[in-house]
Design a protein around this ligand. Structure first.
Ligand SMILES: [Mg+2]
Length: 192
């Protein structure tokens, strides 16, 4: 998965403290279900969810960052304990700068995962720009790394696993997850 990755890319990954995810086409496959009342439903992947829980346990911050605004995104973020949700963003580049300032991190410490042209300003500013495998060509072209999995089909999990393994945090995050779920009576496995 990442053994063939360039050394310069691994060095960028080693510095990452914040993971920022576009929602449609990254956390989902881009499909939108809209009912007759105009309410939206989105489909998320449970393995991505568990990956985000592990990222949090390893000490990374997780942000959902969407041009659209949807209550289901907020709900999903609450279940997973996502640190911050920014939705209904008109100017993603400007909002990304605001996010970095408010989280008191440098761009080098931020990874942005996106799929479409609206993400380009953020990907140009982020220390690590990652495209999902089925992203628009312009997005893949400027990315430091492209996942082998597509949006909503494990790309987020692949990124989390890659970052945590390169940072040497994966095994301990998984162990901690197991020991926590075994020591508590409630079913934390449902958290993903
Ligand atoms: Mg998108």
């Amino acid at each position: 998965m990442w053994n063939s990755m360039k050394r310069s890319c691994k060095q960028k990954i080693a510095r990452i403290r914040v993971l920022v995810f576009d929602v449609d086409g990254v956390l989902t496959d881009g499909t939108l279900f809209v009912d007759e009342e105009g309410r939206e439903l989105k489909v998320f992947h449970t393995r991505d969810g568990l990956g985000l829980v592990l990222a949090k346990r390893a000490g990374l911050k997780v942000v959902f960052f969407s041009g659209k605004a949807s209550p289901v995104v907020l709900q999903r973020a609450r279940i997973l304990g996502v640190d911050r949700v920014m939705q209904g963003i008109r100017n993603k580049g400007e909002a990304f700068e605001r996010l970095i300032r408010s989280m008191e991190v440098s761009p080098d410490e931020v990874c942005y995962m996106g799929d479409d042209i609206i993400d380009l300003p953020c990907m140009r500013k982020a220390g690590l720009a990652v495209a999902v495998s089925d992203a628009d060509e312009s997005v893949r072209k400027i990315s430091h790394w492209v996942s082998s999995k597509s949006g909503g089909r494990g790309a987020v999990r692949e990124l989390v696993e890659t970052v945590l393994k390169i940072q040497g945090k994966w095994d301990s995050a998984v162990e901690r997850y197991y020991s926590d779920t075994n020591s508590e009576s409630d079913n934390k496995g449902s958290l993903s």
